[in-house]
Structure formats: structure tokens, C-alpha cells
Design a binder for this molecule. Structure first.
Ligand SMILES: Nc1nc2c(c(=O)[nH]1)N[C@H]1C(S)=C(S)[C@@H](COP(=O)(O)OP(=O)(O)OC[C@H]3O[C@@H](n4cnc5c(=O)[nH]c(N)nc54)[C@H](O)[C@@H]3O)O[C@H]1N2
Ligand SMILES: Nc1nc2c(c(=O)[nH]1)N[C@H]1C(S)=C(S)[C@@H](COP(=O)(O)OP(=O)(O)OC[C@H]3O[C@@H](n4cnc5c(=O)[nH]c(N)nc54)[C@H](O)[C@@H]3O)O[C@H]1N2
Ligand SMILES: [Mo]
Length: 706
């Protein structure tokens, strides 16, 4: 934290752009000049193009309840008439969109429930790294594994840190093919009579012919599809799936029998499996294992989607409502700059309007490095952003000079959480642990840095709405006000504000008893129907069949009413493999959160940026550990050192995501940002980031690591 607070990249004062966008040439200006410029640009955009031309970019940089979570920005923009909003997130868009077609929501069991299971089957879920919030879900998994009677099957192209000897079995799988594995498991469950038929009959729609919804074509039920009786005439046998997934047939059969005969069985998935071009299909396929075996709504089971996180439902700075109802997918913003008025509802997923009327002209970027680093195809995005006739004004507020700041017209210095008043709750992946935390300044703000709420108050003043915006409260007064609001719900656990402030942090127990996903539905489906059209689990979704008919999808994109495997572009089956034979994914690392903390040299020493490559693939290319290599495809070239390791399966490479984009004069990204190689083409249903679906080639540049 000290290294971050006093890093060479801290932004000391407000600046305005003097070079081209992306060049990073700035001149120091006063706060007054900076805020006058921002207010004038915002006013001009709204007057000339309307509020729909203003967009608040996705950003996950900080989660305080007043300054963070983009609350201060949202409140101001809403009061000024609103902005083009977004649905979905880089984190979980595909699963968030797809699984509700099956379950009417995204039901989940707590990780603590794993302690009651006899078998854990986990798809691409790296809890020790991605849910390691100093306790929470990572701790819950470790604790559950301590029961000693649990078998764990971990399905991942990479041998992740969650395994490291704690797993019973690692099953490496080709990226993007999990749904094919699920289908072959289903084939064994069905043909060896291990499905829970009474459960399927009572709770589900579309497992077999007798529960297919009216109007569904003949043989379009799940069982017919698996057994090869539907239109594709292909039985989803282990041999069939072995070709696709790269998993030996006998292993598929054995896993299927284990799942079919072990109860309770806890099936789960991380978010990496769905950050793919066919992520919606995969995320909807995995729950089929819970459904077919009736492993849901009972102790030790899970609906097969992600793990649950309890939340306090804490009060944040009220953001008001956005008067602009038009929404785009969170991932479409660069398209909405580039070819805004071409974006339509049926082709691009625009919501609440048939098409966009204006492109994005004003981008508000805060707590985000998504502008260039965390979005896809950085080189293509660079071109879109560089043209200041397209998006006419970009405001960036950050506390570090990240790659995104190079695209700012006005750049504002924010404080860190050590330099401000605020309030925060557990925020993220804390499982059944919940906290309220008092954020207090321990040092003075760095140079001229100011908290965003204060900055927004000053902007509000320029629009004559300062009183309305602040309601006369300072940040600390808001913190007290909001704390007391949350306290109303937990009077017996949360002390008065003064005591809380002194303690700094208070633990709260919330929903422990609600730990099993779909328990109420399982207990009494009549009284507790799901929010699907039928009230049941929709294995066959008539709504998806309808969407598939109505939407215009590019060639190769498919939406199916059944949760079935779809081979997609840039999979191992794509003809492009001739040129780019390796599948590339990225992974979240324990060395930073996305791009935050990338500039801390101690962390880079512990978790270096290296591309993971299997010895088989390395040998073919004459690469040894530590060699400098180029990873490239038609979108760009990344330069970094090679980590030659059996921890990744042959045919697949992985780059730790979050490194800072740094193209050199030849256009080679020597910063090592994985998004120099990822694609802007959205996934079919959620119109979301396919950032783990890529084909690349790797070649040795030199044996000298320096
Ligand atoms: N290829 C690939 N790309 C990915 C992913 C992937 O798996 N692969 N993951 C995606 C996912 S899941 C996500 S959530 C996104 C994350 O993308 P982002 O939300 O952009 O997250 P970060 O990269 O951490 O950037 C957060 C920014 O907030 C800044 N920040 C931190 N604290 C403060 C503060 O107090 N005030 C202000 N103003 N700024 C602050 C940091 O300096 C940093 O620039 O990335 C996505 N991108
Ligand atoms: N330390 C740390 N913690 C974090 C973050 C961070 O950057 N650093 N980011 C946070 C955020 S915002 C999010 S959204 C979450 C992200 O959490 P996740 O999305 O779950 O993280 P990933 O690393 O993208 O993917 C998890 C695992 O999926 C595997 N995987 C990739 N593709 C496939 C596939 O096709 N099939 C299978 N079976 N496995 C696959 C990867 O190898 C990886 O081990 O993590 C959060 N926690
Ligand atoms: Mo995320």
C-alpha cells in the first residue's frame, strides 16, 4: 500500500491533454480550469447531442459507498438528465444473462455447503486466487476440504493455485469445450440409468418429450438431443466429447459414474468458463449436471452456477434514477463510439430502443482502466479513441497514471482510500463473512489530489445544483448518515456511529440459514415457483428459441433453446488454427486485481508476467523457461517471458491478465497486456467479452530474459 500511495505513477495535479490522444502528453492546470473545462464539455454534449451521448464507463477500481462504486459520478450524471447506461459486466455477463433462462435467476449455494458434500465438481473456478479476500470464500473452501471425506474434481486447462495438491483430480480441458464434457456425462447418466427421473418430471421442462413446452419441435428435448435422436443425429458419447475436449474417454466415463452415484454432489463453476465466445452456452450447460442428478435444493448441493456471496444490503450514496432508459451492453461502448447509430436492438442488443440515436460523444472514466487496458483488442480500441472527432471528450479520474489516462482530455487526480473519509462494506467474495468498515484518512491527500465526491460537488456548483447534489453533507456526514441507515437493519449487531468509528471495523452475521440454492423451490415448487415462464427449471427454453429466431446474428454465432455445446470462432476447430495453432486464455492472478497494483515492483517479483506454455509446445518452438517470446495473432503482438510448465495443457497458453498496455515503436506490446490479443466481437446472447477465446502463435525472440 505504501508503494502504491507513493508510486512514481501517482497523479499529482489536474492536467489537460496537449498531444494526440494516447500519446500521454499533458500540461498542468488548476482545479478551476479543469472543472470549468469538464463542465463546459458536458454541457455542450448534452445541448448538442442529448444525454444519450454521455456514457459512464464500466469501472471496478474501488468499492467505497460514497466515493467508490462510481456512486458519486452516477448521482451527478443522473441529476444532469442522465446518460447512456449499460447492462452486464466484464465479470459475469454471460452467466448472468444465460442462467436465468434456466432458473429464472442466478441461484447459488454458499461455499460453506461444500463441507456437506461428498463430491465437488468444479469448472474453471480458482477460488484461492479470485475469492481470496483475506477470508471469505477462499477460506470457506479450504475449511470444507478439511472434512477429509470430500473428493474434488477440478476441470481447468490450467493447474490453478486452488489445486496445488489439495485436489483429488485435475482434469485438463480444452478452453470453451466444457459443455461437450457435460453432454457426454449426461450420455452416461442417461444410458446407465443414473438420472433422477422423478425429479426431472416434477421440477423441469424439456428433459424428455413429455415435458417439452407446446410448440417445441419434435425431438427437441434434452434426452433426444443427447442420445442422437434430434436434428443433428449425433449421440453425445464419451468418444465424441473426447475428440472435442481433449479428455480421454475412460476419464469421462469414470467422472460420469462418480457424479451419478455420489450424493450429495456439489457442482460449481467460476467465471472464467463463461468469459468466452460461447460462454452463455457453457454456463447454462454446467447446471445440467445438478439438474439431471437432482443435486440441488438439498444440503451439500448447488444449482451448478457460481458460489453465493452474502450481502448486507448496505446503503450507499443514493444515485437517483437515470432518466435515460436506453441501455447498451457494457461491452458495446467502443462500438457505440465508432458506429453508434448503426447499433440496433436485434443485432447489437440495444435495449429499450430499436436503435441508438447518437454515438457516445462524452466518456466519463473513473475507477476504471477499461478504456484501453481491460477492454478487448487494445490496438483497435486505440484507433477508435485516438480520433477526437468520434468521442469528443474523455474525462479520466484515477490515482495512478495507467494506460487509460493517456487518452484523457482532462485528467483529474483522485486520492487513495488512505486519504479520505468514506464507508465500506465487505464488497466482494466474502462468502458468509460480512463487515462494515469505516474508511478514515490516515495521511493528508497526496499533492493536489481530491476525493471524487468533493470534485462532483464542485461540478454540481457549476450547474447550479450543488445543494441538491450534496444535501448539505460532507463525505463524513454522508458516512454517518448511510451507516445509520444500514444500522436500522442490524440494530443488534452494529453499534452507534461513534463506537463504530473507533472500532473501525465490525463483523455482521447475515443469511447463514439461507445457504442452499433453490431450497424453497425444492421443498415446495407449487408455493415457490421459479421466475421462469413455466415456474419450473427450463432445460428447454422457449424464450431462447424465440430470441434465436428474432435476432440477427453473424455467421457462426448460435443461440439454442437447449443448453448445448456450440463450437465457436477461434476455437480449436477454427480453420485459423493453421496460422495460429494455440488457444490462448488469460487468468486473474494473486499478484494484482486486474491492472490495479501492476506498478508495484515487489508484486511483479513475486508473480512475474510470464506466458504459461506446456513443454510440448515450447520444445516445438525451441523455447526454454525464461526465454523472451512473442505471442501474436492478427490483432497484435505481446512480448514477455515464457513460463514453461506442465501446469497448462498442451495446445493452450495463458497470459496473466491486467499487465499495462505498452506498445513500442514497432507496435509490439512490451507491457504484456493480454488484451492486445483479445477480440471485440461480442458473444451472441449477452453481447459480452469473449476474452478467453483466442487463437495465437508463439515464437522465440531471444534467450536473453533482460
Ligand atoms: N483479457 C481479459 N480482460 C479482462 C478480464 C479477463 O479475465 N481477461 N477480466 C475482466 C474483468 S472480470 C473485469 S472486472 C475488468 C476490470 O477492469 P477495471 O474495472 O478497469 O479494473 P482495474 O484494471 O483494476 O482498474 C481499476 C482502475 O481503478 C483505479 N483506482 C483504484 N482505486 C481508485 C480510487 O480510489 N479512485 C479512482 N479514481 N481510481 C481508482 C486503478 O488505478 C485502476 O486504474 O477487466 C476485464 N478485463
Ligand atoms: N487476486 C485477484 N482476485 C480477483 C481478481 C483479480 O484480478 N485478482 N479479479 C476479481 C474479479 S473482478 C473477478 S470477475 C473474478 C474473476 O474470477 P474468474 O473469472 O473465475 O477468474 P479467471 O482467472 O478468469 O478464470 C478462472 C479459471 O478458469 C479457467 N478457465 C478459463 N477458460 C476455461 C474454460 O474454457 N474451461 C474451464 N474449465 N476453465 C477455464 C482459468 O484457467 C482459471 O483458472 O476474480 C476476482 N478476484
Ligand atoms: Mo470482474
Amino acid at each position: 500500500m505504501r508503494k502504491r500511495i507513493y508510486s512514481a505513477e501517482r497523479i499529482p495535479y489536474p492536467m489537460k491533454r496537449v498531444g494526440k490522444r494516447g500519446e500521454g502528453k499533458f500540461e498542468r492546470i488548476s482545479w478551476d480550469e479543469a472543472l470549468d473545462t469538464v463542465a463546459a464539455a458536458l454541457k455542450k454534449t448534452i445541448d448538442q447531442y442529448g444525454n444519450e451521448a454521455v456514457h459512464l464507463l464500466y469501472g471496478s477500481g474501488t468499492y467505497q459507498l460514497i466515493n467508490g462504486n462510481q456512486n458519486a459520478s452516477k448521482r451527478l450524471l443522473n441529476m444532469l438528465g442522465g446518460y447512456l447506461g449499460a447492462y452486464g459486466t466484464y465479470s459475469s455477463a454471460q452467466i448472468g444473462m444465460a442462467v436465468p433462462f434456466t432458473y429464472g435467476g442466478l441461484p447459488a449455494s454458499y461455499i460453506t455447503e461444500i463441507a456437506n458434500a461428498h463430491l465437488l465438481v468444479s469448472f474453471g473456478n480458482n477460488l484461492s486466487v479470485t475469492r481470496g479476500s483475506g477470508g471469505g470464500m477462499s477460506y470457506e473452501l479450504t475449511h470444507a476440504l478439511e472434512t477429509g471425506r470430500l473428493r474434488t474434481i477440478m476441470i481447468d486447462p490450467r493447474y490453478s493455485d486452488t489445486m496445488l495438491g489439495k485436489e483429488s483430480e485435475w482434469v485438463p480441458i480444452r478452453p470453451g469445450t466444457d459443455a461437450a464434457l457435460v453432454e457426454a456425462i449426461a450420455y452416461i447418466l442417461i444410458t446407465e440409468d443414473m438420472v433422477d427421473q422423478p425429479f426431472l418430471d416434477k421440477y423441469c421442462v424439456g428433459y424428455d418429450e413429455k415435458t417439452l413446452p407446446e410448440g417445441a419441435p419434435e425431438n427437441s428435448d434434452y434426452k433426444s438431443y443427447i442420445l442422437g435422436k434430434s436434428s443433428d443425429k449425433t449421440a453425445k458419447t464419451p468418444a465424441w466429447a473426447s475428440e472435442i475436449t481433449g479428455i480421454p474417454e475412460d476419464i469421462i466415463v469414470r467422472i460420469a459414474r462418480e457424479i451419478g452415484t455420489t450424493k450429495p454432489c456439489y457442482i460449481t463453476q467460476g467465471l472464467g468458463v463463461q468469459r468466452h465466445a460461447n460462454g452463455e452456452q457453457t454456463s447454462r450447460a454446467i447446471p445440467m449436471l445438478s439438474i439431471l442428478t437432482g443435486n440441488l435444493g438439498l444440503p451439500g448441493t448447488s444449482p451448478g452456477a457460481r458460489g453465493a456471496d452474502s450481502s448486507l444490503g448496505e446503503a450507499g450514496l443514493p444515485t437517483g434514477t437515470n432518466p435515460v432508459k436506453t441501455l447498451i451492453s457494457f461491452f458495446s461502448w467502443s462500438d457505440a463510439i465508432d458506429r453508434g447509430t448503426e447499433l440496433t436492438a436485434l443485432k447489437d442488443g440495444v435495449r429499450n430502443k430499436d436503435k441508438l440515436d447518437v454515438p457516445i460523444k462524452f466518456l466519463w472514466v473513473t475507477q476504471s482502466n477499461t478504456l484501453i487496458n481491460q477492454h478487448s483488442d487494445s490496438n483497435a480500441t486505440h484507433k477508435i479513441l485516438q480520433d477526437d472527432k468520434k468521442c469528443e471528450f474523455i474525462l479520466v479520474v484515477d490515482n495512478q497514471m495507467t494506460p487509460s489516462t493517456r487518452y484523457a482530455d482532462i485528467l483529474l487526480p483522485d486520492v487513495t482510500s488512505f486519504e479520505m473519509w468514506d464507508l465500506t462494506a465487505d464488497g466482494y467474495s466474502s462468502g458468509i463473512l460480512n463487515f462494515m468498515i469505516s474508511v478514515q484518512p490516515s495521511i493528508k491527500p497526496f499533492e493536489e489530489a481530491r476525493p471524487l465526491y468533493d470534485v462532483c460537488c464542485d461540478l454540481a456548483k457549476r450547474f447550479g445544483i450543488e445543494k441538491e447534489y450534496s444535501e448539505g453533507r460532507t463525505t463524513e456526514q454522508w458516512a454517518e448518515f448511510l451507516y445509520n441507515k444500514t444500522r436500522e437493519k442490524y440494530k443488534d449487531q452494529l453499534p452507534d456511529y461513534e463506537t463504530f468509528k473507533k472500532k473501525g471495523m465490525v463483523r455482521v452475521n447475515t443469511n447463514r440459514d439461507k445457504g442452499i440454492g433453490l431450497k424453497a423451490f425444492r421443498d415446495d415448487p407449487g408455493a415457490n415457483p421459479l421466475k421462469t415462464p413455466s415456474g419450473k427449471i427450463e432445460i428447454y427454453s422457449a424464450r431462447l428459441a424465440d430470441i434465436a429466431k428474432k435476432w440477427t446474428l453473424p455467421k457462426g454465432d448460435v443461440i439454442t433453446p437447449l443448453p448445448q455445446y456450440v463450437a465457436t470462432w477461434e476455437s480449436h476447430l477454427d480453420p485459423k488454427t493453421k496460422q495460429f495453432p494455440l488457444q490462448m486464455i488469460g487468468h486473474h492472478t494473486k499478484g494484482r486485481t486486474h491492472s490495479t497494483y501492476h506498478n508495484i515492483d515487489w508484486l511483479r517479483e513475486v508473480v512475474p508476467d510470464e506466458v504459461w506454455i506446456n513443454p510440448v509446445d515450447a520444445q516445438k518452438r525451441n523455447i526454454v523457461a525464461g526465454d523472451k517470446v512473442h505471442i501474436f495473432n492478427e490483432r497484435g503482438t505481446v512480448e514477455m517471458a515464457a513460463k514453461v510448465t506442465n501446469r497448462i495443457m498442451p495446445g493452450v497458453v495463458s497470459i496473466p491478465q491486467g499487465a499495462w498496455y505498452k506498445p513500442n515503436e514497432k507496435g509490439v506490446d512490451v507491457g504484456g497486456n493480454v488484451n492486445t490479443l483479445t477480440s471485440l466481437r461480442p458473444s451472441p446472447l449477452a453481447k459480452a467479452n469473449p476474452q478467453h477465446t483466442n487463437l495465437v502463435e508463439v515464437k522465440k525472440v531471444s534467450g536473453d530474459r533482460s
